[in-house]
Design a protein around this ligand. Structure first.
Ligand code: MG
Length: 171
């Protein structure tokens, strides 16, 4: 059985994942307005992924017979000074999310909650990937920024991103 403390923390994480979705949708709008449709598409896929993360957590609370309480989603930034600034903020944000997931793991450890530890392991792996992707994109963007050809290549590359349903949501 899940502890009240962990159930509350996962409820808060559901809100954080939805906030992340909203942040990436906002970044998508900003880079679209700057003329980068491919990068906007990449952020839109990111927006879908974050909603999937919230859905995975909702399913887990249901499996534990816990109520999901949805809190308001806080305001997000709407403009970035450059595409590079958006990617750098993406990396910083994902590092924060990693710390939040680690905190959930700490509670699961205190509780000796094996089911929760197992459940959270997927998010640990996911955060490694999220940070790596954000870091790579920030680096690539740093190399390309100021060179229109480079930015157009990056835009074309990111236009090809496909959304894949995360494995915990697959039937
Ligand atoms: Mg997430």
């Amino acid at each position: 059985m899940i502890s009240k403390k962990l159930a509350k923390a996962i409820n808060e994480q559901i809100n954080a994942e939805m906030w992340s979705a909203y942040l990436y949708l906002s970044m998508s709008q900003d880079v679209y307005a700057k003329g980068f449709k491919g990068i906007a598409h990449w952020y839109k896929v990111q927006f879908l992924e974050e909603q999937a993360h919230a859905a995975i957590m909702i399913n887990y609370l249901h499996s534990q017979d816990e109520r999901v309480i949805l809190a308001p989603i806080a305001k997000v930034q709407t403009e970035w000074k450059s595409v590079l600034a958006a990617f750098e903020d993406t990396l910083k944000h994902e590092q924060k999310v990693t710390a939040m997931i680690n905190n959930l793991c700490d509670i699961a450890d205190e509780d000796k909650d094996r089911a929760a530890q197992n459940f959270l392991a997927w998010f640990i792996d996911e955060q490694v990937e999220e940070e790596e992707n954000a870091r790579d994109l920030a680096r690539k963007c740093k190399m390309a920024e100021g060179h229109l050809g480079g930015m157009i290549m990056l835009d074309n590359e990111l236009a090809a991103r496909k959304y894949h349903t995360p494995s915990p949501l697959k039937d």
